[in-house]
Write a protein that binds this ligand. Structure first.
Ligand code: A2P
Length: 223
């Protein structure tokens, strides 16, 4: 329905605690600074800058807004499909305002977005909405998404380039996972943090050697 439902938030999700937010922002910015120095990355720099030989200042390139979080259900104040039903789920009510830990297993960087892949636990998957991986996805990606396990889209948006909406991060992640499934990695580089893969068109994926965990609270957000 297109009707606004009173009391429904913009979205539900796992929100990083303030001290965790700082830690994750620093660690992930360090990764971007290292990425910037790699020859493999420099070779494809024009996919970010439009010009060869030009450097990217990632601190400027990716803008962050709002609290760091992993979206569970985008409700759009009730305008999103299934928003009311989601808010009324027993598991949502029971989990609300409760502490929880999320596990980041990979980072993605594309010309549009910078994000952290979240591996949901079996308990967390219960808070993942039906069809949550597919919402707003382009037609061309739907078949690949269906072939991925539920919750594959779970992520924290760490930054977006100018004019890009946050929802793009999940779509970039799904596209990368689909390409990986097809064996489309081009270059692989071993880094201290893990294995970095290039998937063409400025898409980079770092599989972390060790997952980064962060303390969160499951809650909702409204502007
Ligand atoms: P994400 O979860 O990728 O960070 P906005 O500020 O654009 O209104 O978005 C608020 C939050 O809801 C962001 O976290 C954003 O993306 C997420 N979001 C926005 N639109 C959608 C959508 N259509 N499907 C899923 N998540 C969305």
């Amino acid at each position: 329905s297109e009707q606004k439902e009173p009391g429904l938030p913009l979205f539900f999700g796992w929100f990083l605690l303030p001290e965790e937010e700082e830690r994750i922002k620093c660690a992930t910015m360090d990764f971007l600074k290292t990425l910037d120095t790699l020859d493999a990355f420099k070779q494809h720099i024009s996919e970010f800058t439009g010009e060869a030989e030009k450097e990217v200042d990632f601190e400027q390139y990716f803008q962050t807004t709002g609290p760091l979080h992993c979206t569970a259900k985008f409700c759009d104040y009730g305008k999103a499909e299934g928003a009311k039903e989601y808010a009324e789920l027993e598991v949502v009510k029971d989990s609300f305002d409760k502490s929880d830990e999320i596990s980041v297993t990979a980072l993605i960087v594309t010309p549009r977005t910078f994000g952290a892949r979240v591996a949901l636990t079996e308990t967390q998957i219960k808070l993942w909405p039906e069809g949550g991986d597919k919402t707003g996805a382009p037609e061309a990606l739907l078949a690949s998404i269906e072939a991925l396990p539920a919750g594959s889209r779970a992520h924290v948006t760490l930054g977006c380039s100018a004019g890009v909406e946050a929802a793009q991060t999940g779509l970039d992640l799904l596209e990368i996972l689909a390409l990986q499934k097809e064996g489309k990695e081009c270059t692989q580089v071993e880094m201290e943090l893990g294995t970095l893969s290039y998937l063409g068109e400025g898409r980079w994926f770092l599989a972390l050697r060790e997952a980064i965990t962060a303390d969160t609270k499951f809650s909702s957000f409204s502007e």
